[in-house]
Design a protein around this ligand. Structure first.
Ligand code: GLP
Length: 258
C-alpha cells in the first residue's frame, strides 16, 4: 500500500485526479470504477477542469459505479445516478452507453446483480477503482460483516451509515435502508485502487483499514490483500495513523529510490 498525506482536501483531490489522468493517458479506453459521496467531489471537479482546459479525453472510457440506493429513481436528487450525472458525466465527453450504475429500481435484483458482474468482465475488468470510506470502515456499501468474497448484491445499511448519510436527506426516515453494491470480492479484482478520505470523522476508519487487522468488520481492511492500493488522505483523516511519520518519510525518499 502507498499512503500519501496531503495538507488540504484540494491537494488530495488534485493528486487523485493526476493519478486518474495518468491512467487515461496510458490507456484511453480504460475502465474506471467510480465512487459517490462528498469525498470524491473535488476529484470530479478537477477531472472536469482537466477535460475542459487540457483536453482530458473520456470518449473511450467505460465506467462502473460502486453502488446505488434501492428505491430511488435515477432522477431523485439523492440517487447516485443523479449525483454522477450532475458532478461528472454531464461535464465530460463520455458516451452514455459506456456508463454503468447499479439500478435501484429493477424488479429483479438477483438477475441485475449477475448481469452487472458479467458486464464488468465483458468490458475487460476494472483498471482503476476509486473508493471513499464510510465512518464504520465500509467501502461502497459493504457494511461490517460483508464477506471478502462478496459480489454485487443487495445490502442492508448499518445504522451508522444511515445516520451519516441522513445529512443529504430531509429526515432520517427518508434514507433508504437497502442498497445495491459491488462486493468486496468485486472491488478486490480491480487492477488498481485509490481510496480517498478527508476529515476527522474518517481518522479512525482510515487507521483501522491501514494498520488494523484484516477483518470483515472493517471492509476497507480487505485492501491490505490487494497488491496495488494508493491511499490519498488529508491530514485530518490521517490523524490516527500510528506510522504516519514513516509513511511521510517514504514519500520524501521515494524521489531518489533506486
Ligand atoms: C456512502 C457510499 C460510499 C462512500 C461513503 C462515504 O456510504 N456508499 O461509497 O465512500 O458514503 O461518503 P462521504 O464521502 O460522503 O463521507
Amino acid at each position: 500500500m502507498e499512503i500519501i498525506v496531503k495538507d488540504t482536501v484540494e491537494d488530495m483531490s488534485k493528486t487523485a485526479a493526476r493519478a486518474v489522468a495518468r491512467i487515461l493517458n496510458a490507456k484511453p479506453d480504460a475502465v474506471l470504477g467510480l465512487a459517490t459521496g462528498s469525498t470524491p467531489l473535488g476529484l470530479y471537479k478537477e477531472l472536469v477542469r482537466m477535460h475542459k482546459d487540457e483536453g482530458l479525453d473520456f470518449s473511450q472510457v467505460t465506467t462502473f459505479n460502486l453502488d446505488e440506493y434501492v428505491g430511488l429513481t435515477q432522477n431523485h436528487p439523492q440517487s447516485y445516478h443523479y449525483f454522477m450525472h450532475e458532478n461528472l458525466f454531464k461535464h465530460i465527453n463520455i458516451p452514455k452507453q459506456n456508463i454503468y450504475i447499479p439500478s435501484g429500481t429493477t424488479d429483479n435484483y438477483a438477475a441485475f446483480c449477475a448481469w452487472y458482474e458479467q458486464r464488468i468482465q465483458q468490458c475487460g475488468g476494472i483498471d482503476l477503482q476509486l473508493l471513499g470510506i464510510g465512518s464504520d470502515g465500509h467501502i461502497a456499501f459493504n457494511e461490517p460483516a460483508s464477506s471478502f468474497g462478496s459480489r454485487t448484491r443487495i445490502k442492508t445499511l448499518a445504522r451508522q451509515t444511515i445516520e451519516d448519510n441522513a445529512r443529504f436527506f430531509d429526515t432520517l426516515d427518508q434514507v433508504p435502508i437497502y442498497a445495491i453494491t459491488m462486493g468486496v470480492g468485486t472491488i478486490l479484482e480491480a487492477r488498481k485502487i485509490i481510496l480517498l478520505a478527508n476529515g476527522k470523522n474518517k481518522a479512525s476508519a482510515v487507521a483501522s483499514a491501514i494498520e488494523g487487522p484484516v477483518t470483515s468488520m472493517i471492509t476497507a481492511s480487505a485492501l491490505q490483500l490487494h497488491r496495488d492500493v494508493l491511499y490519498v488522505v488529508d491530514r485530518e483523516a490521517a490523524g490516527d495513523l500510528k506510522m504516519l511519520e514513516y509513511y511521510e518519510w517514504i514519500q520524501a525518499k521515494m524521489v531518489d529510490a533506486p
